[in-house]
Design a protein around this ligand. Structure first.
Ligand SMILES: Nc1ncnc2c1ncn2[C@@H]1O[C@H](COP(=O)(O)OP(=O)(O)OP(=O)(O)O)[C@@H](O)[C@H]1O
Ligand SMILES: [Mg+2]
Length: 142
């Protein structure tokens, strides 16, 4: 388990970019932590490491953004996903089986569906407004 303290959105992106460089495809990065904690900022940093040019934003209505990249990065927002049917319809399992990298906001909602080797990223607010305590669990380096 790794714990880092970020003092700005940029710093969060930089940590995420470092983690992104260790990804090979077939990983699930599951975010835990409430509104505005920096899940999208973290995904933006990973996307940079994977050579994504597209803008990274929460896929709230689409459920999933496909950014391409090599390996391809799929960015999910499970906020509105309530049933197994919703989850199957989102493409989560198909993209996983095809070897994509899955970044999953609001993983709280699909916890039972996460694969065993999921990389769990918990983000909490620290003492100050711009401080975030980021805990990464799942045997990955940053
Ligand atoms: N250290 C930090 N790391 C990341 N974001 C920070 C930090 N400090 C402040 N912020 C602010 O917190 C917000 C994080 O927004 P972001 O969209 O990444 O969160 P999110 O967890 O994806 O939220 P949502 O659940 O609404 O999708 C931004 O407004 C950003 O400027
Ligand atoms: Mg978000």
């Amino acid at each position: 388990m790794i714990e880092v303290i970020s003092k700005s959105p940029n710093e969060t992106e930089e940590y995420a970019e470092k983690l992104g460089k260790h990804l090979n495809g077939g990983e699930v990065i599951a975010f835990f932590g409430g509104l505005g904690m920096g899940k999208t900022a973290f995904t933006r940093g990973m996307a940079k490491a994977l050579g994504v040019d597209e803008e990274v934003s929460s896929p709230t209505f689409a459920i999933v953004n496909d950014y391409g990249g090599n390996p391809p990065l799929y960015h999910f927002d499970m906020y509105r996903v309530e049933t197994w049917d919703d989850l199957y319809a989102s493409g989560f399992f198909d993209f996983y089986e095809a070897g994509g990298i899955l970044a999953v906001e609001w993983s709280e909602n699909i916890e039972n569906a996460l694969p065993e080797n999921t990389i769990r990223v918990q983000i909490e607010r620290g003492e100050h407004d711009n401080q975030r305590i980021i805990t990464i669990d799942g045997g990955i380096q940053i």
